[in-house]
Design a protein around this ligand. Structure first.
Ligand code: C2E
Ligand code: MG
Ligand code: MG
Length: 646
């Protein structure tokens, strides 16, 4: 809001009010003075004037009479005398009109009758030459007689008194005027002072308000941690830049990137360290951002760079590589140094979209591909990714439907003791049969379920279905074995199945040792204390916990020591290659050795041949699982083939 706007709303009501009051008082005084003059002095003066007029008129009439007699002894004199008497000596109010009318022949009595107060009567020409008498047309008209003209002159004494009276009252009048002026002056001065003061404070207020508005604007459009534009400013800017690029017939690139395994930094080093890393990362990338490009924080650890005026893709690759290498230097955190990497997804206008949300979505999609390809790299968006997106949307919709309509099944694969050849346990593996007899690869739909959050429901279903199945087998007289279910990292969240695990078992009247869990190494990357705590509860209760696909992921031996584990499952890729690749055999050997060192069962996965079996047995694995024994089977077939009747 501008200063002008603020002043518009300002109304100095108190000052205006008091000024109005003062002026009213002044006007009242003036009014009273005039009132007093009009109703008190004026009639008094008029009365006085009238009586004086009468006295003087009488004396003058007498004078005229004698004058007339002296001058000519004219017979007409009595007539004149009578007329004059009639005109001047009548003081009856009822007939006063006649008097005045007579006098008013010369003076406008309507205007100010007091002027007749002091009269001096002249007698005009008479019919006889010496007589001073002139014709009075009205009188003649009224009486049909010749009459004298009376002239009324203002008497100086009368006027002096009149003026004195007026002056007396004028003093009061002037006092009123002066009071009004003084008070008006004082009020206006006060008003001006107040206005100036108000203006001064308004200036300060406006400046403060402007600062607050600027700050709010800054907060609304800039990220407070990194001082980079936020996603709202980014979207607005991107829209503008797109229009510009369209006009210039150039290209525009959207680079979407985040910090790989940023959650681990937060979990291990704390959120403060995470913030430091984000600030530092923003600074490093800012340093390599060209003036006309835009770098924004999209949210969390996600950043977006908009490169406009791009002529070819190599410009974009050059910048993407610079961003990647800017992450190569370790980050100084309060308690340690940390090395991280970044993965970048790139979409290009006009090929990959022509509006901000499409370009951002496609760049985001490309970033996921860059991550899937091993991180620390960049990926340009391509149409295939869009297909993938459509596919994942299809999976999301249909998997939800399958979950609600018994469209999913569990298959079971035995795990056999390598020494005894007896079945010890089995693994429950999810199946999603399609109407046409096809199967959708669990790896694919589980990844999508993890991304869309459907995994919680899915894992809950798997656990319940496994429990139901175990009870069904028992009910049918089978002696059941431990069934291990696969859990995903998202199952470790607050709402995850892990936290209801023991209650679920109790609800199905099962013992903790009857259902085991398999977790992947990657879970350990994404969670720490919380995971260890939850796993310890299960482990202490007697739940078998193993690490699946060991050797392919994070592979830190440290967590074998930290985690409450019961076993490890060597990834099938090592087993498959072991016969032909000595390194893989050595890895299997080493894993087995370490596993045993920590007192864990070691399971070899993907055992497909007798050779695999003997290699695994040779290196000391306890258990094998794979198609050599059996591929995953339906519950009925599994029970028939591998479970004994009790
Ligand atoms: P996994 O837990 O490592 O499961 C073993 C996978 O190897 C299964 O694939 C199984 O069919 C396959 N397999 C077993 N023996 C052999 C063999 O001798 N040769 C070969 N080539 N493959 C063999 P599947 O059923 O397709 O499952 C793939 C992955 O999907 C699983 O890997 C697991 O990570 C995930 N998964 C399966 N079911 C579930 C589930 O219910 N929940 C979760 N979260 N993940 C599941
Ligand atoms: Mg598994
Ligand atoms: Mg596995």
């Amino acid at each position: 809001m501008s200063k002008k706007d603020l002043l518009r709303g300002f109304s100095p009501s108190i000052d205006y009010r008091s000024m109005l009051l003062f002026i009213s008082v002044g006007l009242l005084i003036i009014g009273l003075t005039l009132w007093n003059w009009h109703y008190d002095i004026r009639p008094r003066l008029i009365n006085e004037a009238e009586s004086n007029a009468r006295v003087l008129a009488a004396s003058h009439a007498r004078a005229i009479e004698s004058q007339f007699q002296n001058v000519s002894g004219n017979t007409d004199i009595s007539l004149i005398h009578n007329s004059i008497n009639e005109m001047l000596l009548i003081n009856d109010p009822g007939t006063r009109e006649t008097l005045y009318r007579g006098i008013a022949l010369e003076v406008d009595y309507d205007v100010f009758p007091a002027d007749y107060d002091m009269v001096n009567i002249d007698v005009g020409d008479t019919n006889c030459s010496e007589c001073i008498i002139s014709e009075n047309p009205i009188f003649i008209h009224r009486t049909g007689e010749l009459a004298a003209i009376l002239k009324v002159w203002a008497n100086p004494v009368f006027y002096q008194r009149l003026v004195d009276d007026i002056i007396d009252n004028l003093a009061l009048l002037l006092l009123g005027v002066v009071v009004v002026l003084v008070l008006a002056w004082m009020t206006s001065n006060r008003l001006l002072y107040n206005l100036r003061e108000r203006e001064k404070s308004l200036t300060v207020e406006v400046a403060e308000r402007k600062a607050v508005e600027d700050r709010l604007q800054q907060i609304a459009t800039y990220d407070q941690l990194t001082n980079l534009p936020n996603r709202y400013l980014l979207q607005a800017d991107l829209k503008r830049k797109l229009q510009e690029t369209a006009r210039n017939k150039k290209m525009l690139a959207t680079l979407f990137f985040d910090i790989d395994h940023f959650k681990e930094i937060n979990d291990i080093h704390g959120h403060e360290a995470g913030d430091i890393m984000l600030r530092e990362a923003a600074q490093r990338v800012s340093d390599i951002t060209r003036n006309y490009d835009l770098l924004a924080r999209f949210g969390g650890d996600e950043f977006v760079m908009i490169m406009s005026n791009v002529t070819n893709r190599s410009d974009v690759i050059y910048v993407a590589e610079k961003i990647i290498s800017s992450f190569n230097r370790p980050f100084e955190l309060p308690d340690a140094e940390a090395t991280v990497s970044t993965s970048i997804g790139i979409s290009v206008y006009p090929e990959d979209g022509d509006d901000p949300s499409e370009l951002l979505k496609n760049a985001d999609l490309a970033m996921y591909r860059a991550k899937a390809d091993g991180r620390n790299g960049y990926q340009f968006f391509n149409a295939e990714m869009n297909l993938e997106l459509q596919y994942s949307q299809w999976v999301e919709t249909n998997l939800r439907e399958a979950l609600n309509n018994d469209g999913l099944e569990l298959h079971f694969q035995p795990q056999v003791n390598l020494d005894t050849g007896k079945i010890e346990s089995c693994e429950a593996l999810i199946r999603w049969p399609q109407g046409n007899g096809d199967q959708i690869n669990p790896v694919d739909f589980i990844r999508i379920a993890e991304r869309t959050g459907l995994i919680n429901e899915l894992s809950t279903w798997v656990l319940n279905e496994t429990c139901r199945q175990v009870n069904k087998w028992t009910d049918r007289g089978y002696k059941t074995v431990r069934v291990d279910i696969n859990l995903s990292s998202k199952d470790f969240s607050d709402k995850g199945v892990l936290y209801n695990f023991l209650q679920t078992l109790r609800r199905h009247n099962l013992q903790p040792h009857q259902i085991g869990v398999e977790i992947t190494e990657n879970i350990l990357l994404e969670s720490t204390d919380q995971v260890i705590k939850a796993l310890s509860v299960l482990h202490n209760a007697g739940v078998h916990i193993s690490i699946d696909d060991f050797g392919t992921g994070f592979s830190s031996l440290n967590y074998l020591k930290q985690l409450p584990l019961s076993g490890i499952k060597i990834d099938q890729s090592f087993v498959h290659e072991a016969p032909s690749n000595k390194d893989d055999l050595i890895i299997i050997q080493a894993i087995t050795l370490v596993g045993h060192g920590f007192g864990l069962d070691v399971v070899a996965e993907g055992v497909e041949t007798e050779w695999h079996e003997s290699l695994c047995k040779g290196v000391g694995c306890n258990t094998m699982q794979g198609n050599y024994v059996s591929e995953p089977l339906s519950a009925r077939r599994f029970a028939k083939q591998f479970l004994k009747k009790s």
